[in-house]
Design a binder for this molecule. Structure first.
Ligand code: NAD
Length: 289
């Protein structure tokens, strides 16, 4: 389909840039290093961590996977983070979300050195994003969405953008990036308490869905000619698949796509961009060593 925004192709181009940047850093004697900490055995988290580590290997980035048992205490996890903060071979640290319920995720994020917070979740990096201070790290998923819009030639200046979802990982940073100078969009953030969500969405020139509800956004929520970015990754049961499930977005793709000027698929849209932007952030961190 011609209106498809191909996240696989764009992420491949970003990873190609990364490969060159890694080579240039290595020529200076710097090997970028990423530590990925996984607590527990969440299957989706294991898949994400696996592909992050694999992508590092592919680009020549040093990676360290630290797998901790579910019963790891908060103190033990904080000690691991402190060790990584002090390790000169590690430029980026991420603790895969969600941790087991007894872990205070906020406290763990605050414990990561802001200079190694390649997820961009530390309060210092959140503040820098709000201040439009480019010395911070931008969360990978919204950074990937911005790159997709740019590569697809989508004009954000003056556009009415609706972001559904206000999480610190996607919705809120996405809104900040879109309203920042240069992007210059008019941004509406909708969430679970919004009234007349369909009506709000129908105003959007660009609609970003980051909710976590399979195929919530229907065709009659979307204006003719709109651009739709589907961040959602939802597992829905599918007996015809070997795995027993398939992945679907927050947008009812089959009915929405024909109305759109451009749309991202799931999978193969925003997902691959998230990892690519994580590699970018790690390289930037290494460059500042
Ligand atoms: P979250 O649960 O933290 O936030 C969901 C947001 O959606 C909340 O702000 C909530 O107010 C809003 N919401 C919930 N129900 C709603 C409703 N009925 N109407 C309107 N708004 C509603 O989730 P998140 O971490 O922001 O992730 C959102 C989705 O994006 C999930 O499917 C997640 O798997 C996916 N995700 C994808 C990537 C990627 O790489 N593509 C990265 C992160 C998250």
């Amino acid at each position: 389909m011609s209106n498809l925004i191909d996240g696989k192709a764009v992420s491949a181009a970003v990873l190609e840039e990364c490969r060159k940047e890694v080579a240039a850093l290595k020529a200076r004697g710097v090997t970028p290093g990423l530590a990925v900490v996984l607590v527990g055995e969440d299957p989706a988290s294991q898949v994400y961590v696996g592909s992050k580590v694999r992508t590092c290997g592919d680009l020549g980035i040093y990676s360290r996977k630290i797998e901790l048992p579910t019963e790891t205490t908060q103190e033990e996890l904080l000690r691991v983070v402190a060790t990584l903060n002090a390790d000169p071979a590690i430029d980026g640290i991420l603790v895969q979300s969600p941790p087991p319920p007894h872990i205070d995720e906020e406290a763990v994020i605050r414990a990561i050195s802001p200079a190694k917070d390649v997820d961009g979740f530390h309060p210092e990096n959140v503040a820098k994003l709000a201040l439009e201070d480019a010395s911070g790290f931008v969360p990978c998923t919204p950074a990937g969405c911005m790159r997709l819009l740019r590569e697809a030639g989508v004009e954000t200046r003056g556009a009415n953008v609706v972001v559904i979802g206000r999480s610190m990982i996607v919705g809120k940073p996405m809104a900040l990036l879109l309203m920042a100078k240069g992007a210059d969009a008019t941004v509406t953030v909708a969430h679970s308490r919004s009234r007349d969500l369909a009506g709000i969405c129908r105003q959007a020139d660009i609609l970003v869905a980051a909710v976590g509800r399979p195929e919530m956004v229907k065709a009659d929520w979307v204006k003719e000619g709109a651009v739709v970015i589907d961040v959602g990754i939802n597992r829905v049961e599918d007996a015809s698949r070997k795995s027993g499930f398939r992945l679907t977005g927050d947008v009812a793709f089959d009915e929405v796509a024909p109305k759109c000027k451009a749309i991202t698929p799931v999978p193969g849209g925003v997902g691959p961009m998230t990892i690519a932007m994580l590699m970018k952030n790690t390289i930037v961190a290494a460059g500042r060593r």
